[in-house]
Design a protein around this ligand. Sequence first.
Ligand code: 5GP
Ligand code: MN
Length: 313
Amino acid sequence: MKITLNEAAEKLKSVEKILVTAHINPDGDALGSTLAMYQALKQLGKSAQIYIDDVMPANLNFLPHIEEIKRPTENEKFDADLILVIDTAPDRIGKVENLTNAPILNIDHHITNKNFENDIYIDSNAAASCEIIFEICKELGVKITKEIATCLYTGIATDTGFFNYSNTTPKTFRIAAELVENGVEPNYISEQVERRKLEDVKIMSAALQTMEIYFGGKVAGLFIDEEVSKIAENTEGLVDLIRVIDTVDVAFVLKYKDENNIRASLRSKSANVSEIAKKLGGGGHIRAAGCTFNTNFEDAKNILLKTLGEYFA
Ligand code: 5GP
Ligand code: MN
């Protein structure tokens, strides 16, 4: 059921032990929002623990308290009054789902989140879940420390492409300004987030070699197959390298993660890629979305291109 920001805050006040989680493949917004909420709950004297069922991206290991995030093990249980699921519906939290049967509170900014069977506060106008967590912190009377501000700013910066994407609003800048007033150093955060290993920069040239152009130049794709994926640890940002092509509306990166686990990342200038991703079992935002194919790489490529073809035919 949809609830208000105030009701979400009241729910958090009414419980003691909170399990905080976000989506697998965690990004700056997933980690920034869970880490900020974790610190806020502790400030309020609550007991909180973050669980995320994935490895942490190396370029985000500067985030305060990231080392306290746990990954659930097989058959692990966790005693909680509430699971707070941020930045996704509860269907993308991996094994965290099995840790407890506690009721779910869902907070998200994804327009494709249709999880109305749980209590959900959703604001699809928020550029990042971190914007919503900032507002909840205000509602709860939490002091925005430099550490909380750093987490929130990182999520907002990464989900807006450092205030470049169309989800950036006047409110985004107002919140960011307040976070900077609370001690955030924007240059430090951009240096950390954009930090790459030498091999990951080298891989950019190999990745660009795989580029294919479709539908009269409107679509461009990169293909990180099993072979290329062995040398490419961090493929974050590759899609932005081809999104800039003047004729391109939709840019995508197709990446081998595992056998029968192929990820697509979609970006656009005007097409609604969340609709395209949704058709493929994924979701996201109008201009940034993704999905997973439980097929081999070739089949994933064919299915994705067929669906894009329906849009651009
Ligand atoms: P990215 O390409 O950075 O992985 O994802 C872009 C956006 O789409 C993010 O907001 C992300 O949360 C969302 N997204 C990516 N993959 C999926 C998916 O499989 N399902 C849903 N619902 N959203 C996704
Ligand atoms: Mn997000």
